[in-house]
Design a protein around this ligand. Sequence first.
Ligand SMILES: *[C@@H]1O[C@H](CO)[C@@H](O)[C@H](O)[C@H]1NC(C)=O
Ligand SMILES: *[C@@H]1O[C@H](CO)[C@@H](O)[C@H](O)[C@H]1NC(C)=O
Length: 406
Amino acid sequence: MFSTASLLTIFVLALSITGSPVKVRNSPITLPIARRLNVSDGTINLVQQDKARVAALQDHILKHGGHSTPATNLGNGYFVAVNIGSPATTYNLIIDTGSSNTWVGAKTPYVGTSTSSSTGERVQVTYGAGYFSGTEYIDTVDFGNGLTIAQQSIGVANNTSDNWGDADGILGLGPVGLTEGSLIDDPGMTIPTVTNNLHSQGAIHRETVSIYFEPIYGVQTIINGELTFGGTVKKEHAGSITYTPITNAYPASNYWGIDQSITYGALTILSSTAGVVAVGTTFIHIATDAYETYKSATGGTPDAATDLLLISSAQYAALENLDFNIGGETFSLTPNAQIWPRVLNTYIGGSSNGIYLVVNDLGTTSGKGFDFVNGYPFVERFLTVFDASRSRVGFANTPYTDATTN
Ligand SMILES: *[C@@H]1O[C@H](CO)[C@@H](O)[C@H](O)[C@H]1NC(C)=O
Ligand SMILES: *[C@@H]1O[C@H](CO)[C@@H](O)[C@H](O)[C@H]1NC(C)=O
């Protein structure tokens, strides 16, 4: 029998053998995030941009390890302020859970300081509608609120597409495997993500990111969301969290991929199948067969100006819930949650009193292992937890699940 004292000794020894124990500084930590919609260039075709992004998501996974990594909301999306270097420069980065490289330099030039060191590695990622290439640096990344990473790999762009708008780059919150192929001379290598490093360097106790938004209700930049590393914050969500494992179905399994079925009222739109949850995608995209069923059930007609389905007020009044059945629970998009915010209609080329549906055609039929993308209209209604520690994704209702802001 071991005495308590010797057990303690063994425990301490075990720790010293496995290296210095990671001491969690304070966890979870929540950061404010803001949605920006830059409409300075007049109307924008968000559907086309989004389809290019979705095609890149599919393309990447089909090629597995190619350079064509998933895409982001070029300049229109959720931003978080990140401080890099010492003294730090603040960069506004797009939050993307569909890609995993973190990089800067699209707008604000990278400022090297005493904490910066170049690895000399060339790094490059091509997204659906944009790209960057440059050099890999290691630097201190500080999110504020005591959330600091001492040695984080970042891409420093010296060549980008010209459509990043206000964004300085991307904060990549996808699975680490998506960084494979981004180091040009070491294509088989992966690059630890910010979430990996926050965990391995002891800032958070679980490799978890949760994202909570309020639906957008205006064009101006507003702080309307929270990004939490290392857990979830109770007050953010109304319901309990339902978790579902990362899907086994390739290629969605390379991402934050899950299995779900979708019903519209009593009608099955999509039988249980795999797809992805993507913060960084503007709309919801479902397999062509499911889209056709939804289109005829709602009576929506394709609108040439916006590329969205247009419905009449009478059809809107008759809309039923669109139910996402995940992990044994039902997450309902109310009729109001299925339409584009009317205050933003004219910015996407629509008429101010038109009613446009946010569900789009994925462009491929179901059964491909990648049959849907749950983008902003979904994550703005349900708190989402991306849990790498336990290979699962969680969802919960929020005070805004049934909001009628659209
Ligand atoms: C920047 O990258 C693009 C896309 O890879 C490439 O076509 C272009 O030639 C590059 N420009 C420079 C100056 O290297
Ligand atoms: C919006 O985008 C344009 C062009 O993409 C850019 O020049 C401008 O700085 C951006 N920001 C604002 C606040 O307009």
